[in-house]
Design a protein around this ligand. Structure first.
Ligand code: ADP
Ligand code: MG
Length: 390
């Protein structure tokens, strides 16, 4: 197929996938964004604050209501096999691989009292999968907004919060990924044109207008295109370390510890993990203060400090991430850090707009010189929350 005949947007591709795989026309198409986390990493399961931004890149779900209780799901991702089941039989263990994100979301919505009917679903995405940009929450969120609307629910704040919790349940209980709630919250509640400050103690949120363009700055995502196999197991270990540290300190949330509390932890590993969480939440607050004062150009050192903390205290970086972060700052970025869970995935850099080509070139060169996988770079702007597209 030539480029001209290739459907361009995720929405168009999702419709094409629905027609090709299930031979039906959609009742509608819904989309939900990927995200990049500016700062506040590995704090969302510790009651901390974080500052993700929804992207203009989305997962689209083309959906048709069925007149029976069957659910059929497909994706145009070549690694994703179609899944079929009955709506009342979805739940933990019902699906594995990619289909668990979709089946899990439908199940959790029903558990929350939303009477999702039988559905034919097809998805397509331009959020890179597994790159730390949360293709998973964008998939869950696109499916959730589609299913809730087709179940007859009016879009309102209470429903949005319910859908966030359902998507988190899907990922925790059906996919089996013990993640916090940052990704689902921003996919569902982001405000277009702003980053979203999330307090993961109560999932309250507020927009933070970055003013990047006004400051002559560009946010650059550097996808290392590497994801180390140890990522999932290590994620659970970090979470367990945090729970243990909080328990020793007698706190419900590790984010509530002071640095003096942290120094009381006898075990050096627990102390390092806790130090990351406590200092990271401080950096988030400082970052937001600077941005709100129109001083985003001064936020670079906070990104650098976040990276050092994730690398040295939390130990979730990787040689590829360290390489691109050092190369970006060496070539003129004001600051850079790994973003997302770590062990590969993506980094972000805060870059003067006119330095974007030089920085992009430098990160590619640095990886080539070390024999590492060549990274991709992506200049990103903020996008809107999950919504109906057509
Ligand atoms: P991230 O959320 O950072 O992209 P995850 O490992 O959390 O990384 O989620 C990636 C997984 O989500 C993929 O391996 C796949 O199972 C699933 N996924 C996301 N988007 C799609 C899609 N469009 N089609 C099929 N599976 C998808
Ligand atoms: Mg994910």
């Amino acid at each position: 197929m030539s480029d001209e005949t290739q459907p361009a947007s995720p929405a168009e591709r999702a419709v094409a996938e629905l027609t090709a795989t299930w031979s039906v026309e959609p009742d509608g198409v819904w989309v939900a964004p990927g995200r990049v986390n500016l700062i506040g990493e590995h704090v969302d399961y510790n009651g901390g604050r974080c500052l993700p931004m929804a992207l203009t890149r989305v997962t689209a779900a083309a959906v048709r209501v069925r007149d029976d209780d069957r659910v059929r799901v497909s994706s145009d991702d070549p690694d994703a096999k179609p899944f079929e089941g009955r709506i009342g039989q979805l739940g933990p263990g019902c699906a594995d691989g990619w289909a668990a994100y979709v089946a899990g979301t439908l199940w959790a919505l029903r558990e929350a009292g939303i009477e999702v009917p039988g559905l034919d679903i097809a998805v397509a995405s331009d959020v890179p999968l597994g790159a730390g940009l949360s293709s998973s929450a964008s998939l869950e969120s696109a499916v959730a907004v589609a299913a809730a609307e087709l179940a007859g629910r009016a879009d309102e704040p209470a429903l949005r919060h319910l859908m966030v919790q359902a998507a988190i349940r899907a990922e925790n209980e059906v996919v089996g990924a013990n993640t916090g709630g940052m990704d689902q919250t921003v996919a569902m509640l982001a405000e277009d044109g702003a980053a979203l400050l999330i307090d993961t103690k109560d999932f309250s949120t507020g927009p933070v207008h970055l003013g990047l363009a006004e400051a002559g700055l560009q946010l650059l995502v550097i996808d290392t295109r590497v994801r180390h196999a140890l990522a999932d197991g290590q994620y659970g270990k970090r979470r367990a370390d945090c729970e243990q540290a909080a328990a020793i300190l007698g706190l419900q949330y590790l984010a509530d510890a002071t640095l003096a509390d942290v120094e009381r932890l006898a075990d050096p590993q627990l102390r390092a993990r806790a130090r990351h969480v406590v200092t990271e939440v401080e950096r988030v607050d400082r970052f937001v203060e600077l941005v709100r004062a129109g001083r985003i150009a001064e936020c670079g050192p906070l990104l650098d400090a976040s990276h050092a903390s994730l690398r040295d205290d939390y130990e979730v970086s990787a040689v590829e991430l360290d390489t691109v972060v050092a190369a970006a700052t060496g070539a003129g970025a004001l600051g850079a850090r790994m973003t997302g869970g770590g062990f590969g995935g993506s980094a972000i850099a805060l870059v003067p707009t006119d330095a974007v080509p030089v920085v992009s070139h430098a990160v590619v060169r640095a990886c080539q010189d070390r024999g590492l996988t060549v990274p991709g770079t992506l200049a990103v702007t903020s996008g809107a929350a999950a919504r109906r597209a057509s």
